[in-house]
Design a protein around this ligand. Structure first.
Ligand SMILES: [Zn+2]
Length: 158
């Protein structure tokens, strides 16, 4: 089921404000036992064969499914936030959700990411428990129908 490549795909990375990690931890705890979700805004830069998802802001949105194994964002809410963020010069670059348990790409996530890939090239962030039990965030992109791990680089400020 999981067709991810094992190695991060060089040439694509996500630039994430370090402060955001605590915020992700908070929304994850608040949402228990369900998944939390948030939209990531910023800029997607393409240069010399590199793609950078530079995240500048995170907007938490309600998980309308209120589910521990799936999430969905109200498209009207998504549209409104996109309008607001656009005024600040930021576009929707990614979608984050949390797992109450382990950090992994579920079969539901695979279906969701692949169907959304027809509409836009978002990066997908999934937060959950890492092997050491600490909060871990993974980043993924869909490329030619394949889900790939991509590295996250942390920056100091929003
Ligand atoms: Zn998931």
């Amino acid at each position: 089921m999981d067709a991810r490549s094992r190695e991060p795909w060089r040439g694509i990375f996500v630039l994430l404000p370090r402060d955001l990690v605590d915020e992700v931890g908070s929304i994850r705890e608040e949402a228990r036992p369900n998944e939390a979700c948030a939209l990531l805004f910023g800029t997607m830069l393409e240069r010399e064969g590199e793609v950078v998802y530079d995240v500048a802001s995170m907007r938490q949105v309600e998980n309308v499914l209120q589910s521990p194994v799936a999430f969905e964002v109200d498209p009207v809410v998504q549209y409104q936030l996109m309008q607001q963020e656009e005024k600040q010069g930021r576009e929707l670059v990614g979608i984050l959700h949390t797992h109450p348990g382990n950090q992994f790409v579920s079969a539901t996530d695979v279906r969701y990411m692949k169907s959304a890939a027809r509409l836009a090239r978002y990066c997908w962030l999934i937060a959950g428990d890492g092997v050491d039990g600490k909060l871990e965030i993974g980043a993924y992109v869909v490329s030619n129908g394949t889900i790939r791990d991509v590295p996250i680089e942390y920056k100091k400020q929003f």
